[in-house]
Design a protein. Structure first.
Length: 240
């Protein structure tokens, strides 16, 4: 049995505050994580959770990944933006053009995200988090498609996107040029193995697909750290 996408993790200077922000923006339930982490849970239990992990690493440069939130109407988009601002978000400029319909914001820890205008066909029927939009190569899109066994739903001009067979949030990679890496990523994937999975066989499979060991081994929190083909950190939660 293969790994499943368990969580999108934020390294946060104030995990509790950031969890409350995203819980309020998304209307997801706050919960204690499995290792005293702070989590918010999706309305659909089959979806991924969002984990907030303590980190003292300062934010330098633009993140390699950000959420694209969907809107059902112009008024819904305004409400989402207003709610984010009330909870501590702020408008930021990342080079977007005035005529573009999406709104670019940052959460209280400086992580960028977008509120997409209504009528975006690519994000239709994906849910509140329409996409996790990543800087990345075509190779890394193929890698994650194989790792998660999620089909490619876009593969054109070196841009790729995958989506669970059950629908929901898409994960996209924009192709070159890939943004530079400013130390450890503040957002990363966490995979989980089923209880009855063959751990070593699954780790071997990930490495055969292009993952690399970080050299740090398994941490005391039960997570094995690896790197994808673009050098992005991800973790595998090991059954106990």
């Amino acid at each position: 049995m293969t790994s499943q996408l368990f969580a999108i993790c934020f390294n946060a200077t104030r995990p509790s505050d950031l969890a409350r922000f995203w819980s309020g923006v998304l209307d997801w339930e706050l919960a204690d994580g499995p290792d005293d982490d702070i989590a918010i849970l999706p309305p659909d239990p089959a979806g991924f959770r969002i984990l907030f992990l303590p980190s003292q690493e300062p934010k330098t440069g633009q993140n390699r990944a950000h959420f694209d939130l969907t809107s059902t109407s112009a008024e819904d988009q305004r409400r989402t933006v207003a709610r984010a601002l009330e909870l501590g978000g702020k408008h930021i400029d990342v080079g977007q053009l005035p005529e573009e319909g999406h709104v670019v914001l940052a959460d209280p820890d400086g992580n960028e995200f977008c509120v997409i205008e209504a009528g975006n066909n690519f994000l239709a029927d994906t849910g509140t988090i329409g996409a996790l939009a990543c800087d990345g190569t075509q190779e890394v899109g193929y890698f994650w498609s194989e790792v998660l066994r999620w089909p490619l739903v876009w593969d054109q001009d070196q841009e790729t996107a995958i989506q669970s067979p059950n629908g929901g949030t898409k994960i996209t990679w924009g192709g070159p040029p890939v943004a530079p890496k400013w130390g450890p990523n503040r957002l990363h994937f966490e995979l989980a193995l089923p209880i009855d999975a063959d751990r070593e066989a699954e780790i071997d499979r990930l490495i055969s697909l292009g993952a690399k060991r970080t050299g740090t081994g398994e941490a005391g929190d039960g997570r094995l750290r690896l790197l994808d083909p673009d050098g992005n950190e991800f973790s595998v939660r090991v059954p106990r």
